[in-house]
Ligand binder design. Structure first.
Ligand SMILES: N[C@@H](CCC(=O)N[C@@H](CS)C(=O)NCC(=O)O)C(=O)O
Ligand code: FES
Length: 166
């Protein structure tokens, strides 16, 4: 498989929004780019490495789980851009509903939640991968694995075009 970063090409996409990690030349702010990624791609993952070559076990696990469903998977490699990494963190927090976010956080990382509730850290989702499904922030690899086990992921991915999957 080719790519450095794999957002499927869309003929309607703004010409200068090429989904490579050369984001600085896109003319869009990083926040806009993340917003657009999430809007344009039913399943969007910000990860360490690429789907074909994950650079971390957590990212690798998330890709593996999502691939079980044969849905198109768009991805960006946050290792290539520290600023993108910060923008994703800020965006995932702003795009999740408070309750779901804290619930997911408890599952994901109880130590961070405790610190967060005690005001010792900010409330952005601190780790990668970060997965968005149908425009909604879902969480990281342990959340996605758990949702796979409970059948929740199958429900959530229903209706996402399998035809253009790999
Ligand atoms: N509970 C998280 C674990 C992921 C995790 O711990 N990621 C770490 C190590 S790869 C991370 O992103 N740390 C922040 C960083 O590297 O910037 C999940 O399931 O996704
Ligand atoms: S890069 Fe070390 S655990 Fe992810």
């Amino acid at each position: 498989m080719r790519f450095s970063t794999t957002v499927p090409t869309d003929p309607d996409t703004h010409e200068d929004f090429q989904p490579t990690n050369k984001l600085e030349s896109s003319g869009l702010s990083l926040k806009d780019i993340v917003e657009q990624d999430v809007k344009d791609n039913s399943v969007m993952i910000y990860m360490k490495g690429e789907p074909a070559l994950p650079r971390c076990g957590f990212s690798s696990l998330a890709v593996k789980v999502l691939r079980e469903y044969k849905v198109p998977l768009a991805a960006r490699n946050i290792l290539e851009d520290p600023e993108l990494k910060s923008a994703v963190k800020a965006f995932s927090y702003s795009s999740s509903s408070g309750t779901v976010f804290v619930d997911a956080f408890v599952v994901a990382n109880s130590v961070v939640v405790e610190r967060m509730l005690e005001g010792e850290t900010d409330s952005n989702w601190p780790t990668f991968p970060q997965i968005f499904i149908k425009g909604e922030f879902v969480g990281g690899s342990d959340i996605i694995l758990n949702m796979h086990k409970t059948g929740e992921l199958k429900e959530m991915l229903k209706g996402i075009g399998a035809a253009d999957a790999e």
